[in-house]
Design a binder for this molecule. Structure first.
Ligand code: TLP
Length: 341
């Protein structure tokens, strides 16, 4: 049975053009700074985000952990949205690797209120941890691929500047946000000290993210990546796929948004469920059930080759990406109707 895999945009496989570029890639030892393809990729992403320099890392998780390590001392506190990836899906890495704790701020559909963020920043007092880093995520995954508006970024930048804090932007799906908001990704990145994008999610590369910032911060980040075991040798074979991802993967994201929207509209009409149509503007659809039946519905959909990811007892996530076409959306809609109605 063929599969319509909506679990995540991480399931995308490399395109033929990527495989060709990988086979032809010029490579060298990147830990010695000698891989020309990696250097091209790092420069290309940095230019795209308007930053001085970039660093190719194996995963988004490592990108976040490098950012936290770079801008904090053990015992510091970071401020982040309560459902953000860096807090909830990185296996406690911030405590393990950087020795920091977190003051979570619950966002409204992933968007933190600047007043609450400022209130979460500690004052200067011998009893208190030092608030050194503010973490932003755009789009916000758990809230349903929601877009954080640029004005919110402006407010966060002003808070960070008032309190001498740095900003880390988790841009696992920054291009999705930029397309939906009609804003260039570099506008968001400009409000952050360190911003990274994933090549391996909607953009279809097999592996990798690129962390971007000032040349000095990236020089320091390279050292942290080494400590974490992320120094890779002839990794131009992967960077080559990343370059193709950057060139061919971004513009087509609008198709993923359109398909997600179609699925969301159909799902919203089902009994006993809800979808926040107003905020479903990128490639993630969060289907909420009145009852805790996400696992049961996921299992029954899987019997028909439609895969979705339970995010909570009452929440099922559908992600659109390059390997989901209009027929997959029809198929998911049809089986959802059969199971839920
Ligand atoms: N997210 C994955 C899972 O880990 C949940 C997914 O399927 O969505 N930041 C954000 C916002 C992410 O969504 C992810 C991956 C990461 C960071 C981590 O990236 P990787 O998987 O490359 O370490």
């Amino acid at each position: 049975m063929s599969r319509s895999d909506f679990r995540s945009d991480t399931v995308t496989t490399p395109t033929d053009a990527m495989r060709e570029a990988m086979a032809a890639a010029e490579v060298g030892d990147d830990v010695l700074g000698e891989d020309p393809t990696v250097q091209r990729l790092e420069a290309a992403v940095a230019a795209r985000l308007g930053k001085e320099a970039g660093l190719f890392v194996p995963s988004g998780t490592m990108a976040n952990q490098i950012g936290v390590k770079l801008y904090t001392e053990p015992g510091d506190e970071i401020v982040a949205e309560a459902s953000s990836h860096v807090l909830t899906y990185e296996a406690g890495g911030i405590g393990l690797i950087s020795g920091v704790q977190c003051r979570p701020v619950r966002g409204d559909h992933g968007v933190m209120d600047p007043v609450e963020v400022e209130a979460a920043v500690r004052g200067v007092d011998i009893h208190l941890p030092r608030s050194s880093l503010l973490c932003l995520e755009n789009t916000n995954n758990v809230a349903g691929g929601t877009v954080v508006p640029l004005e919110n970024f402006d407010a966060m930048r002003a808070i960070a500047d008032r309190h001498g804090m740095k900003i880390l932007l988790d841009g696992a799906r920054l291009f999705h946000a930029a397309i939906a908001a009609g804003v260039d990704a570099s506008e968001y990145a400009a409000r952050a000290d360190l911003a990274w994008v994933a090549l391996s999610k909607g953009l279809s590369a097999p592996v990798g993210s690129v962390v971007c910032g000032t040349a000095e911060d990236i020089r320091r980040a390279r050292r942290v990546r080494k400590v974490l075991g992320g120094g890779m040798r002839q990794v131009g074979v992967l960077a080559a796929a990343g370059l193709v991802a950057l060139e061919t993967g971004v513009d087509r994201l609008a198709d993923d948004h359109r398909r997600a929207r179609r699925l969301a509209e159909a799902a919203a009409a089902l009994p006993g469920t809800s979808v926040d149509l107003e905020r479903t503007v990128t490639n993630i659809v969060l289907l909420r059930f009145d009852e805790p039946r996400a696992r049961e519905v996921a299992d029954r959909l899987a019997e028909h080759g439609v895969l979705a990811m339970p995010m909570a007892a009452d929440r099922l996530r559908f992600c659109t990406h390059r390997l989901i076409d209009d027929d997959d959306v029809e198929r998911a809609t049809h089986h959802l109707q059969q199971i839920v109605s």
